[in-house]
Ligand binder design. Sequence first.
Ligand code: SF4
Length: 282
Amino acid sequence: MSKLTVTNHNRNLTGLTYVYPVLSRRAGGLSIGINFNTNNACNWRCIYCQVPELKNGAAPEIDLDLLASELRFFLNSVLHGNFYDEMEVDAAQRMIKDIAIAGNGEPTSLKDFDLAVNLIGSIANEFGIFPQSHFVLITNGSLIHRSSVQKGLKIISEYDGEIWFKMDSATPEGRKKFNHSAQSNESVLKNLQIASELCTTKIQICLVDYRQQGLSQSEKTGFINFLKQVRSHTTIENITIYTLARPSQQPEAVDLQIMPFDIMDDLAHAIRLLHFNVVVTQ
Ligand code: SF4
């Protein structure tokens, strides 16, 4: 059994500050995670969030020299060292599927987001891992109006990367309940437009069964109505629907269960009628 498994997302596994390995269920190989939010701070508080001791706030100032040396060290160890052997990773999983800017909070809250993205892209390029591996940003999309974030998205696009834009509800009520976010639909649509103009963008919908309510009719209708607008105002084509993979670290954890597959599949079917490609993962 590998020490590095699809359920072991311990960001301290390598003892590095910004770089951590994940065997990604979704990516099907090694994902090199980059965590800017070393203080476990986010501007949202999703009820399913797995970040322990999550607090409200932004990523702290980044040490770009440390980020560069850690990423070079880690890539060397994976490509030329004994990382896979030490972690006892199965032969079939021994490939770098992506470099994913994700982590313990909202990565785009980093003040020097564009500088950090540029550095990561150029080091990955130096090691020749693109285009076989992908450059991915996992974001809640709420700070895309910032110019440093937009510059970063352009850089990701230059490496043929992708933005995975979180959208767990398409109603203000749902966003408040599931994400503790006060964003309006207008603001989300605007940010989706900006994101998709700058870089290939995929929507990620995490559905959780909160207090055994499943997916309410108003949430389902909200998705359909909002996604119709997304279809006509953006170039976005791909949507992934998924559910809880690991236990929430939030107080609501006791009231959360995975969303039954048939409910996710039913929503996927309705969204496909709007001419999106929809994948459902569990
Ligand atoms: S946006 Fe991500 S990091 Fe922030 S609370 Fe939600 S799941 Fe956690």
